[in-house]
Write a protein that binds this ligand. Structure first.
Ligand SMILES: Nc1nc2c(c(=O)[nH]1)N[C@H]1C(S)=C(S)[C@@H](COP(=O)(O)OP(=O)(O)OC[C@H]3O[C@@H](n4cnc5c(=O)[nH]c(N)nc54)[C@H](O)[C@@H]3O)O[C@H]1N2
Ligand SMILES: Nc1nc2c(c(=O)[nH]1)N[C@H]1C(S)=C(S)[C@@H](COP(=O)(O)OP(=O)(O)OC[C@H]3O[C@@H](n4cnc5c(=O)[nH]c(N)nc54)[C@H](O)[C@@H]3O)O[C@H]1N2
Ligand SMILES: [Mo]
Length: 767
């Protein structure tokens, strides 16, 4: 290994850790990285900063009176340090008690979240492996990223591959595409990361090459910067939440001009007639004309018409960002894209068709052979209890109550204990004031994290985990081609322990340590999971080096396929032999099955349904700005918020918020002002950036500032001091079909804040 640092990896890229006297003092981006992420430089500061949980802690009432004492005190009471043995004894006893009295499903161990890049020490998987050996737990289905897509796409296409990947790769797009139409752009800010990490940030390079060779790009988005990687891209601002209306109008143009590809529709799709009837207004009396859509979307009718015709006149590709389905009725814009692409008829052709999430993470469209990543097996959950991922507060507030989900009638379990490890619900969930309320319901809350995040601050028992730099691991995203040897660079800080060690101690107390560890050391585990992946790769013709050599080299790059991957090309070549896993075996532009569910909020085809909150709704009279709480440029969700680029980006300590020149002038705002952003659900402070990168009527207010309410005792009414947009977002499912998070559908008002600025305290150690 070269001596200029210790090879390591993170979700935002591989790097070498520079170590001096046993301490990590800096990081150097990995040599292969074409475009390293600015998020890297927070690492040393976060490693040793004041927000590290130094030792196990208990909430004061719990330390004094035992588990279950004063749940109202969660997030408000001080913490008391305790020994590892004390903490683990209480955790083990609580787990046993809840299991005995209420059954395993009363243990909520979904633990949604990204954890860290290493695949062996992957915190959530470690916890779920432990819980499965303990008899099971209530889990979470799908993810916050594209939950609506995961529910709806299998009905339309037989799988969720179009959103999950692999989508058609860049090699094919660069070869054949002439026109790339992007809803929500392909944001470089988002391509800084991929789950499991990666070796090189390639999105900027792909975009530049595409632009250099003359591919036309159009960015349909409320935010111009969503396609900053292509300076020549045309920007078409659109009102958030209205893409479906624009796409229906494009379908109207193509159909009216007789340009729909009837042979593709006949051979590969079902339900076109039914979809067309909606587009032409035969079912509801409203033809979905460009003039109709212009009213809803703010996009001029001529622009809609021209874009529709451009799609059919040349080899064209449609990309839609995942974020667009993270909204009320989020299933429908994705269905609309598939329907439009089917009419264009280029699905399965190189450089044509559609895909979701190119630019949402670095690995999408990154060419590589499809070999499976090393992963720790979590085992089987015998309790078979789960909720749709984003229904956590509903579950806590409504145990035993029924709800609809994807054709099923389900009932929320009764949660007595929460164990969260590797995720941050007080970052990721919507309507956080409601979550604070819901979070008081269970008897015990255990949080295992590295830092005093808002979630750790809402624990009864907080257990300190190590960062990846304090342990050895293997990083691999599965979409990005690199597998990274993550070498340990430092000893555990203070009294922290790896998640694996913590669960080993707990499984020892429970009597199944041998089953949990399988008798392997850390090194033996890494070698084992690497070798499983190596064998599977070999079956696909990819030869990975032996573990020792891989570890020494520091990385392995999975090769590219000989020919570019084109999504659905196999189906196009042979629709009978490679029939889709849908009821008809074809692309379902109308789904009998979805229509049969009879949901008022998700019909059986791509229709326009008004979101509950958008610029066209009645609520806009009171709250006239649409808030996009999109992904932050300077960190990964809430990770690294207390250091580096994130901390430097704050304005008077508050999270920045972008507001258009007109909207700023109307409120007498200038750069650097602090504002109160509010609606009926909450209020928060933000720092102002006046910029025309956002269209009028829209604010960009990224997620991830650590939740920091002013009055921890009554957070329902409290002012959030730091700029966390999730105090303002709606906590309602996308629809009964997907029940995904609908964070992007939120209206707010903004006003200058001239009061005394309360100190942001969440980046300090809690009391
Ligand atoms: N308003 C709004 N909200 C959103 C979104 C949005 O667009 N708008 N996007 C949503 C999306 S797509 C997502 S994926 C979620 C992300 O939500 P999360 O994945 O929950 O967010 P992270 O901040 O990455 O949280 C990971 C947590 O794991 C901890 N952690 C990291 N490594 C380790 C480890 O090794 N061990 C342990 N024990 N802990 C570790 C980190 O400290 C952090 O607290 O947010 C969602 N929330
Ligand atoms: N730096 C960084 N990168 C990240 C993350 C991070 O936290 N930090 N998170 C990662 C994760 S977990 C995920 S899931 C992905 C998420 O990737 P996405 O879901 O694609 O990310 P978003 O930023 O929510 O949305 C992308 C863009 O869509 C635009 N948009 C929002 N609503 C609408 C709409 O109604 N119509 C149109 N046309 N455009 C709209 C917004 O301007 C936004 O910038 O990002 C990943 N990348
Ligand atoms: Mo995500």
């Amino acid at each position: 290994m070269p001596d200029d640092g210790i090879m390591h990896g993170s979700h935002w890229g591989a790097f070498r850790a520079n170590v001096k006297d046993g301490r990590v003092v800096g990081v150097t981006p990995f040599d292969d990285d074409k475009d390293p992420s600015q998020i890297l430089d927070a690492i040393p500061e976060m490693l040793y900063g004041p927000t590290r949980i130094a030792e196990p802690h208990m909430r004061k009432s719990v330390a004094e009176h035992g588990p279950g004492a004063n749940p109202e005190g969660r997030g408000a009471e001080p913490f008391v340090p305790v020994s590892w043995d004390q903490a683990l004894d209480v955790v083990a006893a609580e787990l046993r008690r809840v299991k005995a009295d209420h059954g395993n499903e009363a243990i909520f161990g979904g633990s949604y979240g990204w954890s860290s890049a290493g695949r062996f020490h992957h915190a959530k998987t470690q916890m779920q492996r432990f819980m499965n050996l303990f008899g099971g737990f209530t889990g979470q289905l799908h993810n916050y990223s594209y939950a609506a897509a995961l529910a709806v796409l299998p009905h339309i296409l037989g799988s969720a591959e179009a959103s999950q990947g692999p989508v058609s790769d860049w090699d094919g797009l660069l070869r054949e595409s002439k026109f790339i139409l992007c809803f929500g752009g392909m944001p470089l800010k988002n391509a800084q990361v991929d789950a499991g990490g990666g070796g090189s940030h390639t999105m900027a390079d792909f975009l530049k090459r595409a632009e250099d060779q003359g591919i036309r790009f159009v960015n349909v988005s409320p935010v111009r910067e969503d396609l900053e990687g292509v300076p020549s891209a045309e920007w078409i601002p659109i009102r958030p939440g209205t893409d479906t209306a624009m796409i229906l109008a494009m379908a109207h143009v193509i159909a009216s001009e007789g340009k729909a590809d009837r042979s593709f529709l006949d051979a590969y799709c079902v339900g076109y007639e039914r979809f067309l009837a909606h587009v032409m207004g035969e079912d509801d009396g409203q033809p979905k004309t460009p003039d109709w859509a212009a009213e809803i979307t703010g996009v001029p009718a001529d622009t809609i018409r021209a874009l529709a015709l451009a799609l059919v006149e040349t080899r064209s590709y449609i990309n839609m960002a995942w974020g667009i389905q993270r909204a009320d009725h989020g299933e429908l814009p994705f269905w609309a894209v598939v329907s439009l692409a089917a009419m264009v008829g280029q699905i399965g052709l190189m450089g044509g068709g559609f895909g979701f999430g190119m630019g949402s993470v670095n690995g999408m469209g990154n060419p590589r052979e499809r070999t499976p990543s090393p992963t720790l097996p979590a085992g089987v959950n015998r309790s078979d209890s789960w909720i749709p991922v984003a229904r956590i507060a509903d579950m806590l507030l409504h145990p035993g109550e029924p709800y609809d989900f994807n054709g099923e009638e389900r009932v929320y379990p009764d949660t007595r204990l929460i164990y969260w490890c590797g995720g941050n619900p007080f970052h990721h969930h919507q309507d956080l004031n409601r979550l604070v309320e819901a979070w008081r319901r269970p008897e015990t809350v255990i949080v295992q994290d590295i830092w005093w995040t808002a979630t750790a601050r809402h624990a009864d028992i907080a257990l300190p985990a190590t960062t990846t730099l304090e342990r050895n691991d293997v990083g691999s995203g599965g979409r990005d081609p690199y597998i990274i040897a993550m070498h340990k660079a430092a000893e555990p800080v203070a009294d922290s322990r790896s998640d694996h060690d913590i669960f080993t101690s707990l499984s020892d107390r429970m009597g199944f340590k041998e089953a949990f560890t399988e008798g392997r050391t850390e090194r033996e585990w890494l070698e084992h999971i690497y070798n499983v992946s190596r064998q599977l790769a070999s079956r696909r013709g990819v030869e990975m080096p032996g573990f020792d050599q891989f570890w020494e080299n520091g990385h392995f790059k999975v090769p590219k396929p000989a020919e570019p991957f084109v999504m659905l090309s196999d189906f196009r070549a042979d629709p009978d032999e490679r029939a889709l896993n849908t009821p008809s075996g074809k692309i379902e532009l109308f789904s009998e099955r979805v229509a049969g569910f009879g949901y008022d909020d998700c019909p059986g085809y791509a229709a326009w349904r008004e979101p509950k909150e958008y610029l066209g709704s009645a609520a806009a009279a009171k709250y006239p700005l649409h808030m996009l709480s999109n992904q932050p440029k300077t960190r990964l969700h809430s990770q690294m918020d207390a250091g580096g680029a994130s901390r430097r980006s704050k304005i008077k300590g508050r999270e920045p918020m972008w507001i258009n020149t007109d909207d700023a002038a109307a409120r007498d705002l200038k750069d650097g002002d602090v504002v109160r952003v509010f609606n009926d659900r909450g209020q928060t402070l933000a720092g102002v950036i006046v910029s025309d990168i956002v269209m009028p009527g829209v604010i960009q207010f990224p997620t991830g500032a650590w939740f920091d309410p002013l009055d921890r005792k009554s957070p329902g009414a409290a002012l959030e001091k730091h700029g966390n947009p999730n105090v303002l977002t709606r906590d309602e499912g996308t629809s009964k079909l997907g029940q995904g998070p609908s964070a992007h559908s939120a209206l707010v008002q903004v006003e200058r804040y001239d009061g005394d600025l309360p100190e942001v305290t969440v980046h300090q150690k809690p009391v």
